[in-house]
Design a protein around this ligand. Structure first.
Ligand SMILES: [Zn+2]
Length: 259
């Protein structure tokens, strides 16, 4: 059996986004943390719910913090030693829509990743999620930020919607968008699956959102931003094709997004 010194390192200092915090036992909490280096990990913060805890103020969900713990490659749960807030995203937390959007983005990142999972793009999950929080903190339109974040994540995991032609026949004369079919449909196939036709403007805007990603948020905002319709379609595609629990989206939608 390898010793700790061989298998891992001592006192690793890693920055991570806190996606989730759950109470554990009487005084502990378990944090779900998204890091650049190790992907998604869990940190157990012992005694964090005690009044005297010096870490309690540094482990708030939807913040960027620096953690100290001993990393071991065969583990996905670690005992947190210290935490220090790096970025609080204060404006985001003070705005109800923005903070719920951060919750929806966090649950997306959580659902798309597995603890300790090795995949080449895991650094991008961190980068996109941090960018999403930063844009929400800047007060950008929450629907648009979420739409662009979702399209970036879908692109990363290979489930982006088909927006260059009908998802069934490939025709470029598109007339509708279907979450079930995973993208645009021509009039004939829209009729076949029984979904309503959409205006050219709406389809063009949806296509732009899918192509833009967070990187081109200014162009997407200039072109009209995002409607509730766009977010609903993207969310449905992820739900249907990414098989994830979108509870936080249900909450966000109920409060801010459903027409
Ligand atoms: Zn077709």
């Amino acid at each position: 059996m390898a010793t700790a010194a061989q298998a891992g390192t001592m006192n690793d200092t890693v920055q991570g986004l806190i996606l989730k915090q759950i109470d554990f036992k009487e005084y502990d909490v378990i944090l779900t943390v998204l890091t650049k280096e190790y992907g998604k990990i869990s940190l157990r913060a012992a005694g964090a719910r005690r009044m005297t805890s010096k870490n309690a103020g540094s482990i708030l969900p939807y913040t960027l913090a620096e953690f100290q713990f001993d990393y071991r490659p065969e583990q996905t749960m670690f005992r947190m030693k210290t935490a220090r807030t790096i970025k609080l995203y204060r404006h985001m937390h003070e705005d109800l829509a923005a903070s719920y959007a951060a919750g929806a983005a966090s649950s997306t990142a959580d659902a798309f990743t597995l603890p300790g999972e090795e995949f080449p793009e895991r650094e991008s999950v961190f980068v996109y999620t941090e960018k999403c929080f930063s844009l929400l903190d800047e007060g950008r339109e929450t629907n648009l930020v979420l739409c662009l974040y979702l399209t970036d994540m879908m692109d990363l995991f290979g489930i982006q919607p088909e927006v260059d032609g009908c998802a069934v026949c490939g025709s470029t004369k598109v007339a509708a968008v279907s979450a079930e079919e995973g993208g645009f449909l021509c009039a004939e196939h829209a009729k076949e699956v029984g979904i309503p036709l959409q205006s050219k403007e709406r389809l063009q805007r949806f296509r732009l959102i899918v192509k833009a990603g967070l990187e081109h948020i200014d162009a997407a905002a200039k072109a009209g931003g995002a409607e509730k319709f766009d977010l609903k379609v993207l969310e449905d595609i992820i739900r249907l094709h990414g098989a994830m629990n979108m509870k936080s989206f249900a909450l966000y939608n109920r409060l801010f997004s459903i027409e």
